[in-house]
Design a protein. Structure first.
Length: 645
């Protein structure tokens, strides 16, 4: 787990040192640079020790004949099997890790070798003979890779956006279509980002740049479908998925540094943690977030703590309880710099604090249950879709009456009643919409009808009535069959890499830790994606087959517990603790200077939330996040001197 950077087509001396410096937190254990001015290429690398802690595994890594140069970020979990094959091809190894396996494999098999990798990665390989660059990103999108063309014929790339701005005079302009998506769903869809001209390389994609014409071509090497082409019975599928999960956990325990786990007390993290005990050492640690009940009066999260304690007691392992307090919210200022993108999810605070404590306790690698909700169908929106489908037996005029009447339900009052009313209002308000639009409404924290009024008229004109769900809807509607798998497909290829995996990578790497996601192992993904939708979501029962896989491993009370979000009590913070921050960031002077929002509409949205009428707290959190991000990435160069406000 590291950070990579590079430039081809326009050599700039010393640029790689500056790019390495901008993302040095990703690699606190070393860094290296390759520069060849006559070839107009430079590569940079910052290193985090995980496998082979010796200088033999340092990067950039050169082939013995000097033809190839590799920089690589990630882990290849099947590297030992691949190594055996390469040894049979007469390759000799100086290191014991996976970097040299990737180098030799690409030398032997070319880009076809990427299809054989089971892991999380982003890499760049320079061929000095052919004067070609090959970039690749893992199929699921666990590891980030950004790129841009600062001038025609030049390709610039890095693990983090901020490193790109070490390039002289690279423009920093907002992309309002992406910002609209951040306001609605906390993340930008597809491959565009909140900065014009800055893109993510998509999951399972590769780029080949050639010096002969100073241009590049992009193509997929892997594409995940949800085709329901599996064979066999449901019970056979349970056995097969169980076997794959167990094998994946074993594969992903490989490390030359201590391994621990995120333990929320939910099904996913509990299953991973309990299986890991068979392969972990005595120093295996679990990390759990908790907060006082007084912080939960408005958000009303399900308390994870008793469930997490149950798992740690079964393990007889050390459990670190991390208590979130209101004064942790200002951390957002620093974390947005690390995020690169204005992802408005309070979960970034939780992820960062766990990574910070893990690093202090010596656990450099952490296992996470992320990915299960997207792969197996674990989100409440699937239950909401089923509930609305049941209401479809009602006459349309009654459905319309119920949808309109839902606006009278209070949206943000305290206690369990308020939380339940908020969910009921959300479901009923979407009764009359088309199914695909309804699903995307359930994916959105804030509807477009609430976003549009807070935008400055000039921004509204730029967007020209554009729907924030436009890109996501096109993904759904491109799906070949009309069943629930098309919604899993959207969650998997859009929400997962552009939101959950992105913030987890950035927050763990901010503290020099590596997060692994065993439930997204390629062997598991291929099997589960091919299963019938009804085996994953059945009526109101989410993650059906995963729950059955977990029986006998995870206690029943955890298997059957309600889903709890991986978040923080942001509504309470916004209502009571962040008045000063809100007032400063959305003052009339600040709003006028930014020119993106309407000051009066912002204050009206806050007043309605504070009065309990509407739940517009996530919109407020997104606006604070965007303003903090703009101060770091628009008003100043984020590569110049690190985090500063």
């Amino acid at each position: 787990m590291c950070g990579i950077a590079g430039l081809v087509g326009n050599f700039i001396p010393e640029l790689m040192k500056q790019m390495n410096s901008s993302q040095a937190h990703r690699g606190p254990d070393g860094q290296g640079v390759f520069e060849a001015s006559e070839e107009s290429v430079a590569l940079g690398h910052v290193r985090l020790f995980i496998l082979d802690l010796t200088p033999a595994a340092a990067q950039p890594m050169h082939s013995a004949d000097g033809r190839y140069v590799l920089v690589y970020n990630g882990e290849i979990y099947n590297f030992k099997e691949l190594r055996e094959d390469l040894v049979s091809c007469s390759y000799h190894f100086k290191s014991t890790g996976d970097t040299e396996v990737l180098l030799h494999g690409l030398m032997e098999y070319g880009e076809k070798f990427i299809e054989r990798l089971n892991g999380i990665f982003a890499f760049a390989l320079w061929d000095r003979k052919e004067q070609e660059l090959l970039l690749g990103r893992d199929p699921i999108g666990v590891k980030p890779l950004y790129y841009c063309e600062p001038k025609p014929g030049t390709l610039l790339f890095a693990s983090e956006v901020k490193a790109l701005f070490a390039y002289p005079s690279l423009r920093r302009e907002p992309n309002f279509e992406a910002l609209q998506e951040h306001l609605a769903r906390c993340h930008a869809s597809g491959t565009h980002t909140a900065l014009k001209g800055i893109y993510r390389l998509g999951p399972g994609m590769m780029i080949r740049w050639k010096s002969s014409n100073h241009s590049f071509q992009m193509k997929p090497f892997w594409k995940q479908g949800f085709s329901e082409n599996s064979h066999g019975t449901y019970d056979e599928a349970i056995e097969s998925v169980h076997s794959s999960i167990r094998a994946a956990v074993k594969r992903q325990m490989v490390s030359d540094v201590p391994v621990g786990s995120f333990l929320s007390g939910g099904l996913d993290s509990s299953l991973i943690t309990l299986l890991a005990k068979e392969y972990g050492d005595k120093d295996f640690q679990c990390f759990t977030i908790t907060y006082p009940s007084s912080e939960n009066i408005l958000d009303h999260f399900v308390d994870d703590t008793p469930y997490a304690i149950t798992i740690s007691q079964l393990l007889a392992k050390k459990q670190i309880m991390i208590n979130i307090k209101p004064d942790v919210a200002p951390l957002l200022e620093r974390l947005i710099w690390h995020m690169d993108e204005p992802i408005a999810d309070p979960a970034i605070i939780v992820s960062y604090l766990i990574s910070q404590h893990a690093r202090k306790e010596g656990a450099i690698v952490l296992l996470s249950g992320q990915g299960a909700d997207e792969l197996f169908g674990g989100y409440p929106r699937y239950q909401a879709m089923h509930l609305v489908n049941l209401f479809q037996i009602l006459p349309s005029f009654i459905q319309g009456w119920v949808a309109r009447g839902s606006t009278l339900i209070p949206g943000a009052i305290e206690g369990s009643l308020g939380a339940n009313l908020r969910r009921i209002r959300r479901v009923l308000s979407e009764m009359t919409d088309q199914p695909d639009n309804r699903f995307m409404a359930f994916c959105s924290a804030t509807p477009d009808s609430s976003i549009e009024p807070v935008l400055h008229p000039s921004v509204r004109e730029i967007l020209k009535d554009r729907s924030s769900a436009e890109q996501s809807l096109s993904m759904i509607q491109s799906f070949s069959t009309n069943n629930g798998n098309k919604y899993l497909y959207r969650d998997f290829i859009d929400y997962l890499p552009n939101h959950n995996l992105l913030y987890m990578d950035k927050m763990s790497m901010a503290e020099g830790t590596e997060t692994r996601v065993p439930l997204l192992d390629l062997e598991i993904v291929k099997k589960v994606a091919a299963l019938p939708f009804e085996w994953k979501v059945s009526g109101f029962k989410t993650k059906k087959i995963l729950r059955d896989v977990a029986r006998g491993i995870v206690p029943d009370k955890i298997i059957h517990r309600p889903k709890a979000g991986f978040g923080a009590p942001y509504r309470k913070w916004l209502r009571y603790d962040l008045n000063e921050m809100w007032s400063e960031l959305t003052s009339e002077a600040s709003v006028r200077k930014r020119g993106w929002f309407d000051h009066k509409a912002l204050q009206d949205a806050r007043a309605r939330s504070q009065a309990g009428k509407d739940d517009l707290y996530m919109l407020q959190w997104a606006i604070l996040t965007i303003e903090l991000w703009a101060r770091q990435f628009i008003d100043r160069n984020p590569a110049e001197s690190g985090f500063a406000l």
